[in-house]
Design a protein around this ligand. Sequence first.
Ligand SMILES: Nc1nc2c(ncn2[C@@H]2O[C@H](COP(=O)(O)OP(=O)(O)O)[C@@H](O)[C@H]2O)c(=O)[nH]1
Ligand SMILES: [Mg+2]
Length: 636
Amino acid sequence: MKQVIMGTAGHIDHGKTQLVKTLTGIDTDRLKEEKERGITIDLGFAHLTLQDGTEVGVIDVPGHERFVRNMLAGVGGIDLVMLVIAADEGVMPQTREHLAICQLLQVKDGLVALTKTDLVESDWIDLVVEDTREFLKGTFLEGKPIVPVSSKTGQGLDELRHGLQALVADVEPKQVQGKFRLPIDRVFTIRGFGTVVTGTLFSGSVRVDDRVEIYPRDLQVKVRGLQVHNASIPHAVAGQRTAINLQGIEKVELERGDVLGRPGEFAPTFMLDATLRHLPDAPRPLRHRARVRLHLGTSEIMGRVTLLDRDALAPGEEAYVQFRLEKPAMALPRDRYVIRSYSPIQTIGGGMVLDVQPTKHRRGEADLTAHLRVLAEGTPAEVFTRHLYAASHQGLRLSQFLPRTELPESHVRQIAAGLQRTGQVRAVNQEIGWYIHTEAFGGLAAELQSQLEAFHRQNPLKPGISLEELRAKVRGLEERVCLQALEELQRRGDVVVERDRVRAAGHQVALDDAREALLKKVEAAFLAAGYQPPRVEEVFEKLEAGKGHDKELLQVLVDQGRLVRLKDQVVFHRENLMKAEALLVQFLRDHREITPIQFKDLVGVSRKFAIPLLEYFDNQKLTIRLGDKRVLRGSG
Ligand SMILES: Nc1nc2c(ncn2[C@@H]2O[C@H](COP(=O)(O)OP(=O)(O)O)[C@@H](O)[C@H]2O)c(=O)[nH]1
Ligand SMILES: [Mg+2]
């Protein structure tokens, strides 16, 4: 069954509420004050059953200029508008304002009811129809039916019903598969039930017993009951006027403007990127950082408009902007909004949300316009790719991206899979949905390689850089991404990764003849020292050379495997170490175990070196320590 919501619009006293009552039998002016004063103050709700059985939810809005904010809370989710114009008065200020609002919110379709025809002559009606036709030119209502009616005599009501029936047939079905979202337009208490909220179910669906979150309040509650058109149902879907009985919350804890959604699916925000169209009949240019009222869904939030590419936006112009808000908003890309000036309060423009988790833009930022244009005009795949591109080498995880898109997870995964196939996107971690733009990945690999080369130039005697040190050279680089980029470089044959050390494939420790000769002498000194190796500084001092490079030169010998460093100051020549190892292995084969004292006597080494040597063999997994003895590993 098709779900359709129609809203009224138009100037005060033009007969909106009366017409709704005549059509539906429901008086939508329910407040005491409304009855007393005979004017609509807040939204009214009714429903209408058409000839073919379609139930149309009707939202009656106030026409008074002081209550336009209430009107705005009602028209956010409507499919059709019935613009009401009294035949005796014609187009009036709120006729214009309401039509402009519907235009900005991109209400898709509607018609005009020309009311109070019983008060005027028929040739006058023809004139007003003509005027109205002129007034609608260039708007979404251009060419739509203009139906003369009288709530008093009943004239024209059948034509009006037919007109509505024809429009309803063309209404597109809502996104029932989308994320569940319901902007709250009323909160009240019903004795025996507790707190009830109502709203137009924007997208997705909800069931009795579902847990829902009240955004942006960080409150979770349970759905105790659901009603649509006064009937209890187990399951409500997008496009329905829905009343939800909430468990575990008091009326005072929430208000119009809050949004119901699934827990964790949305991220409230203080900043929004958006397109903004300044109305052609706005009284003055909109200045950079002007304070405005942002109407989004059923909420009204104060904030400032950052114009990103100019100082002022002239009436009739359109631009990309960033809103900086005074309270958090809950929105998704492609949501429509309206802004009103702070004072005097007047509707001045509106547009479409592009990004709900933007970075704080600086004016004149490179690429900003191109970026926003893709978000505004691109396909879902192009938008996703653009966000990935902006995320650079950090990439995006689905958990970060999903609150930032109107698309459900399955759709985003599909898009990502398609982009992986065409090579535009890589997965950092397929399982959690962590993706990186291929260009960003390529840029990262190039950056790592140039960092590596710079390191080699500055440290010609070092064989390579540690992974951690290299990773720290690129800001915000995560380990998993870094390793994948290095893998790629290694696959290409550009770098070599050995355990936790990285070097450029072509890199060799550069030694000139003098250094080579010096190293030979150093090595010889350690070889000759046998099991009593000297301190490193002593060797260099004796050779009166290598000042300042002692450590690096020694490291070259260690890297080449000619010397072995047991501890910071304990360095052995590998050959001596191997001799000691041979003695130890032979002894353990014969005697099974050895104490440090036995080892000291066996090798003829001082106590100072005996322990580091034994620990070294433990570390090499040759021996195992059992109490104060060592045995061969694997010997039982
Ligand atoms: N003569 C006549 N009066 C009407 C008609 N429709 C509404 N009215 C009167 O116009 C006044 C304002 O109507 P209302 O529905 O409250 O206007 P709204 O402010 O647009 O909702 C009321 O006194 C109605 O009785 C109509 O078709 N003919
Ligand atoms: Mg009214």
